[in-house]
Design a binder for this molecule. Structure first.
Ligand SMILES: [Fe+2]
Ligand SMILES: [Fe+2]
Length: 140
């Protein structure tokens, strides 16, 4: 069973970034499945590392898009990414130490991130990119 599903309400209107978000949903669902089916903490830690690695790559690409489109709230958005990354790294360490409680926390944290960060914060730059593109089309 899926823990969380991507639907159009998560779309930021940029295909590359939507695809990355979808991939994140997929790895987070894998993590949830592994936890639900009582896989070993080593297996869970490995999947969590994939979530972390992919997240860091995604944040960096998202930040490049924001710079490219001269997004005003770039610094604030980047700071939020840094907070999320720090929290995820902290959880990764605990999971690697065998802390099962941290796995449960990780699910709530990841779900909250997807729901709140994408829907509130990412959708704001999406609006900006859309407006900038529309402006460019008008000039062209
Ligand atoms: Fe994002
Ligand atoms: Fe973001």
């Amino acid at each position: 069973m899926s823990y969380i599903n991507w639907d159009q309400s998560f779309s930021v209107g940029v295909k590359t970034l939507d695809n990355q978000h979808k991939h994140l949903f997929a790895i987070i669902n894998q993590l949830y499945d592994a936890y639900e089916s009582k896989k070993s903490i080593e297996v869970i830690a490995e999947i969590f590392d994939q979530v972390l690695e992919y997240t860091l790559a995604h944040f960096s690409i998202e930040e490049q898009y924001m710079l490219h489109y001269r997004y005003d709230d770039y610094n604030e958005h980047k700071a939020l990414h840094q907070n999320l990354a720090a929290k995820a790294k902290e959880l990764a360490e605990k999971i690697h130490d065998g802390d099962l409680e941290a796995v449960a926390q990780a699910h709530l944290f990841l779900k909250g991130w997807l729901e709140k960060h994408i829907k509130k914060v990412d959708l704001q730059y999406a609006e900006h990119i859309r407006a900038t593109k529309a402006q460019k089309d008008k000039i062209a």
